[in-house]
Design a protein around this ligand. Sequence first.
Ligand code: SAH
Length: 592
Amino acid sequence: MYPVTLNLSGRRCLVVGGGAVALRKVEGLLFEGAKVTVVSLRPIPPIMDLSSRAVIGLESRGYWPGEASGYSLVYAATDDRKANRKVFEDAKASGVWVNVADDPQLCTFHLPARLLRGTLQLAVSTAGEAPFAARRLRELFERRFGPEWGEWVKAAARFRKTVRGVRRSEEEEARLFDRFFRSTVDAKRLTARVPAAAEEVAWLSGTGRKKKPGLVSLVGAGPGDAGLLTLRGRQRLLQADAVVFDRLSEAAMPGDLPRRVELYSVGKQAGLHPVPQEEINALLLRLAREGKRVVRLKGGDPYVFGRGGEEVLALLEANLPFEVVPGVTAAIAVPAYAGIPVTHRGEAVQVTLVTAHESEKQSGPQVRWDLLAQDRHQTLVGYMGVAALPEVVKKLLAAGMDPDTPAAMVERGATPGQRTVRSTLSNLTADAQRADLRPPSIFIIGPGVRHAENLNWFTTRPLFGERVLIAAPAGEFGEALEKNGAVTVEVPLPLTPAAQVLIGAHPLTGCILRSADEASIVFEESRTPGFGPEVIAWCLGKETAHRARKLGFLRVKEIESPAGAADLIARLKQHRRARNTYTKPSMRSMRQ
Ligand code: SAH
């Protein structure tokens, strides 16, 4: 079979048949700009609709002998084998390309399953013999080839034009194309990035030095669920030369971040400030001046109690380019994960985001708690409020807020460690202290909190609380784990520095070992922070479990071979149920 891509724009194409299969063919042809005629005795309504909108020509009749010859390409998809064969024979006789649905013998061309990323096209063909296999392979590629490939191919086309714009030797051209490819494609992970203009200039001038300052992207990482990182944020991370990150953003660190990316941890552990703000600013300036593309990754949103403003002001002053990629802030994400709508028709019509930890140096209080106390139809979301909670509650009550106002405190929201205390304004302090809630926590005060019990969807998932390491590609296991509420930490082996950061973001509860070899490599890497002795090694097959025990994994659980994702999930659920039954009742009510 000889693969080609056809330009069908403006070409006359014929589809004989008017059912669902024919409709799919019509849609594919229209997508390519073909002029489509459908011949069918009983066209289904969507085809009639296309015709009534003059998008296609429709002839409500049987196929006329010989008519295939007037077209460039013909499909037959009727349920009448004889008619299909007639179309095939006509087309073949007049040299027209023809395909009869589901009948490889009656085809002079086949349609591959395909993946589109801009003008980049990956086609998978089985010469019509196993379309299901081609489709599934396509789906696999779909997951591996991110949307960034569309931008990449655009950049490649642009680069080619620039290179061709000047007379060069063939070798010189090839060298430049190699350079482009090597610098923008991670061949192992199948990820791609768009090079900066400065980089391209450097390649073309042959110096290899970047002279222009790099761009600093302030990226919001979301509240702790890696899935809440924006597409733009992920794109910038994968393009970055350096990433400067906080403690609260670690869970969003892509496990597949290339090894060459420099990582700088400027994390603030509660109460400690290991890297002062001035030093962070200075680091950003230095990296940008070196011409690097820098991502400043911050928990939640960079501008919501994240000191993002101070950082961009420093960049502005130094005349360095920056951009801001917003993130999902804790006040939006955490209530949602705790079952609390922050606005609710007729109940809460206003949301206030407030810090309970005001800058001490300011003269007098900045937050007017007395005014905030007046509003009954508001949701008050307080950041950095663990230590200050008693004071805040006192001020609100003193200003006349109803002591029975529903109130909650959520610790480590949107993570496997999420804990919620639901209470009332007057009891919140005592209840939160009894549960020993610690930072990072937010408090939520307002009528919406009342819904938390009914609307809780996150911690009720069967595998909530599990944070499981699995070597990339996680495949069906990753999907099944996520679907049941477990967090999968998908990492390359051997671990990259970024993968180590990701692992350390929260404690792991388990790791999936699919083979004895995998057990060995994972064990080799298991001294990384977050990989404690409590981590359960879920081993597929006897041999894997045997190796895991021999290596020194302390908690080994064997899942009989041949085991699929369903067996693993069933075992994990069983384990989780047993665990929850044995926690003390008071703790159980906390883990809601
Ligand atoms: N820029 C961040 C906030 C940083 S200030 C954002 O937009 O979310 C740090 C405070 O954010 C914490 O003290 C806590 O109050 C809140 N916070 C951040 N992530 C949280 C989480 N996952 N669960 C609960 N509170 C969180």
